[in-house]
Design a protein around this ligand. Structure first.
Ligand SMILES: [Zn+2]
Length: 279
């Protein structure tokens, strides 16, 4: 959920902190040599065994996101490691993240300094049956994208629409159903309004429409090229207007985008990245 570009002060969570090393193939002319890469994430709030599973998952999602979204198959480890705080209760989650959209299962906090990310933090609910909290991959995508969007946050629709591609199929289907139901009743956003949204809708029902419709628009665009092209388009749209960026990267005009995107959204299973990882 929210890519809150704020954080008041450091919070101390009394818990186990673990990290893992990920084998990485070093580029060289000889046989591949596995080298140890420093960990990019730290998991806190759970026992060591569970923390190791979550960290492994997060490292794999991170690599997938860098490769698929940013075109970087061998991303350097984050020197400012991403803290993943796992919360056992909604009260603990709320205490950590403050105000959050209703029904939120995760939150991402980022700080920037001197043109780079200076603090990465994810808070997730860890009360479900799965070892790896369901929101980890989604939130990590927000963190990965921040490496490319240090000057300004990505537009909300693009940031959430991409992150949703890393959610499990059941979640994505629910978001899609929210959007389709709203559209059937004429309660969806106009394309122009959706891409202009700077804040999350305050109303929980509108939030659900926003998420579902953002995901639909992102899938439609990614299906025309690939995810890395989409990210370049989003960045370009911040330095020039949306129409110019759309024409440059997709040879489309905004009217075609807003008229067509909702009619032919690719099926969820054809464009998800959630199966790129195993728990
Ligand atoms: Zn999100």
């Amino acid at each position: 959920m929210s890519d809150a570009r704020f954080r008041a002060s450091a919070r101390l969570v009394a818990c186990v902190a673990i990290s893992i090393s990920v084998p990485r193939t070093a580029p060289c002319s000889g046989p591949p040599v596995a080298v140890e890469q420093p960990p990019s994430v730290v998991v806190v709030g759970v026992d060591a065994e569970r923390a190791a599973a979550i960290a492994g998952h997060a490292e794999r999602v991170r690599r997938t996101a860098f490769e698929q979204l940013l075109g970087d198959a061998s991303p350097a480890a984050w020197t400012e490691r991403c803290e993943i705080h796992v919360h056992a209760t909604p009260a603990a989650f709320a205490a950590a993240v403050g105000a959050a959209p209703d029904e939120a299962r995760g939150a991402t906090s980022l700080e920037f300094a001197a043109g780079r990310v200076a603090l990465r933090r994810i808070d997730v609910m860890g009360d479900g049956p799965d070892t790896v909290p369901d929101a980890v991959a989604h939130e990590l995508v927000h963190v990965v994208l921040a490496d490319r969007f240090t000057a300004a946050a990505p537009p909300r629709w693009a940031d959430e629409g991409i992150a949703l591609l890393f959610d499990d199929a059941e979640k994505q289907a629910a978001h899609e159903a929210d959007f389709r139901a709203a559209r059937a009743r004429g309660l969806d956003y106009s394309g122009a309004d959706l891409v202009a949204l700077e804040e999350y809708p305050a109303d929980a029902r509108r939030q659900r429409v926003f998420y579902g419709q953002s995901a639909a628009l992102v899938r439609w665009l990614i299906a025309r090229r690939d995810a890395a092209t989409f990210v370049r388009f989003v960045r370009d749209s911040q330095s020039r207007d949306l129409a110019a960026a759309l024409e440059r990267h997709y040879d489309l005009d905004t009217r075609t985008l807003f008229d067509s995107a909702w009619k032919e959204v690719p099926p969820i299973h054809s464009l998800s990245f959630n199966n790129a990882d195993t728990q």
